[in-house]
Unconditional design. Structure first.
Length: 191
């Protein structure tokens, strides 16, 4: 596709460290960010963070932020996509360049979500991109890695945590796990 894109984690434990600035709900709005990368791109880390619900970049508390203060306009990149409302820890991105999956998967990226302490993520999502490089909405492509119901308060630790993706010469998507070293091959077998 020719799009240079990067993903970065948002921040954790903000409510715990700065309870006078962040409510638990505020912390859930801190985004994991996807950015288009061009020469001189500055994602703003560690000086800022992005509130995905309010769609605004804010100054981090360590640098004088109070949950309301924004950095000077135009200083940092604006994300092309955010993952917020219970952070998911994106750790890898792969633009699909084969023709073995259905056409709907050919102009976009698979994003590996490693999962977090808040029990969100643990799957692979697909983000379509249009001809102008604009990101569409992420949809879950592969899940079930964690081996538990994320809404269950008594679930144990995740059984598997996706950590990376690769495209095989056969057009299949290979997904690696960080817990036990397992690798899954995901291939399209037709209708």
């Amino acid at each position: 596709m020719g799009i240079s894109t990067g993903i970065m984690h948002g921040r954790d434990s903000s409510h715990k460290i700065w309870p006078d600035i962040f409510s638990e709900e505020d912390e859930d709005h801190i985004a994991d960010e996807m950015h288009r990368i061009t020469k001189g791109t500055d994602f703003g880390w560690p000086y800022t963070y992005f509130d995905g619900t309010r769609n605004v970049r804010l100054v981090a508390p360590e640098y004088g932020g109070d949950g309301k203060k924004s950095p000077p306009s135009g200083t940092y990149s604006t994300p092309v996509l955010t993952f917020h409302s219970r952070r998911v820890a994106p750790v890898d991105i792969l633009f699909y360049s084969s023709d073995k999956f259905p056409a709907s998967y050919r102009n976009g990226a698979f994003i590996v979500l490693h999962g977090t302490a808040n029990r969100s993520g643990y799957n692979v999502v697909f983000v379509p991109f249009n001809r102008n490089g604009k990101a569409g909405s992420p949809t879950v492509f592969a899940d079930g890695f964690a081996g538990f119901d994320p809404s269950s308060p008594n679930a144990g630790p995740a059984k598997y945590r996706p950590v990376g993706a690769a495209l095989g010469p056969d057009g299949a998507l290979y997904v690696a796990d960080s817990q036990k070293g397992r690798i899954w091959r995901i291939a399209y077998a037709g209708k």
